[in-house]
Design a binder for this molecule. Structure first.
Ligand code: SF4
Length: 326
């Protein structure tokens, strides 16, 4: 293997340790590096330097499913797509609390209330606030939310209620966005991400790979995320759902996933890099590799409309590779 490649990757790792940001051109060289093992290894060293060596394990509840008025082409919850999923209105506070308790009992350190809205109607927002209060009074678990577009007032209310982190993904590169969604803009997404940060909430923002984007566009997404300085970056791997325009259109290899995660680690050394939706399908039992290549978080116990590994299986997997849960 070329020493030049290793020298370049090492130099960029040293730059990261010196708090120098990796730019687009260098991120392109990293993602295309010929020595994948060395790239992954250096990404892991960055993770270990800035993290606490533990894996963030999060469980989601799909608290309001389907009938979203937006036309995101990857999403099984959009009214524009004819998918066979359970559609239901906002769950009651007691139902969501029961799921938070189960997540805590299964070892999750954070619990995210996710709802399919453009933005919640006022009545639903009040009910979500009451749910957050109930969970905070009843359980010691971090509560995160993902409720669509935010206003400043609402973000501040969530902050006062003790919400730790707010999820709002950029989904893909700006140059690709109009192929994926036409009912809102990239700028709308960035705007909510900024509002979240201004309110003092931690920002969770990531995207989906495997939607037909080029490698350049994958790096472009990484650079856009880097500019937001998110606390957490979930990387989803598309599962093209039947009834969506992306059904069976694109494939994704394990190597591409590792390259992307490792490069994103160079771009965002301090963020929790979470392998999210599609993990079980695309990585099968090889999620261990990604957790040694820059990732330090997982979603456990299933996703919004797809099943995932059982928390007990994930705990076993983490033990096998000598990693502890937060
Ligand atoms: S806004 Fe969210 S829930 Fe609605 S269609 Fe897009 S990704 Fe799906």
């Amino acid at each position: 293997m070329s020493n030049l490649t290793r020298d370049f990757i090492s130099e960029k790792m040293i730059n990261v340790f010196a708090d120098k940001q990796i730019n687009f051109q260098n991120a392109m060289k990293l993602i295309n590096s010929t020595d994948l093992d060395f790239l992954a290894d250096c990404a892991n060293q960055i993770t270990l330097k800035y993290g606490d060596g533990k894996v963030d394990v999060e469980t989601l509840v799909n608290a309001k499913s389907g009938r979203c008025p937006e036309d995101c082409s990857f999403c099984s919850q959009s009214t524009f797509n004819t998918t066979k999923i359970d559609k239901y209105p906002l769950l009651t506070p007691e139902m969501i609390l029961a799921q938070a308790k189960a997540a805590k009992d299964n070892g999750a350190n954070s619990f995210c209330i996710v709802c399919a809205y453009r933005a919640p109607p006022e009545q639903d927002f009040i009910q979500i606030c009451n749910t957050i209060k109930l969970i905070k009074e009843s359980l010691d678990i971090d509560v995160n939310t993902s409720l669509g577009f935010m206003t400043r007032d609402r973000a501040q209310i969530l902050k006062r209620l003790g919400v730790k982190r707010y999820n709002h993904n950029l989904e893909t590169a700006e140059s690709m966005f109009d192929k994926i969604c036409t009912t809102h803009s990239y700028e709308d997404r960035i705007n909510t991400a900024r509002i979240v940060k201004e309110a003092g909430l931690e920002l969770c923002s990531g995207g989906i790979i495997g939607m037909g984007e080029t490698i350049e566009q994958r790096v472009e997404l990484g650079i856009s995320l880097q500019s937001l300085n998110p606390d957490e970056v979930p990387i989803n791997m598309l599962i093209g759902r039947e009834g969506t325009p992306l059904f069976n259109r694109f494939s994704l290899t394990e190597e591409e996933i590792i390259r992307t995660i490792a490069t994103f680690r160079f771009l965002m050394p301090r963020a929790i890099l979470k392998i999210a939706g599609g993990r079980e399908v695309h990585l099968k039992k090889n999620d261990k590799k990604v957790l040694k290549a820059g990732a330090n978080g997982i979603i456990s116990g299933g996703y919004l409309t797809t099943k995932g590994n059982k928390p007990v299986e994930d705990s076993r997997m983490l033990k096998e590779i000598g990693l502890k849960q937060k």
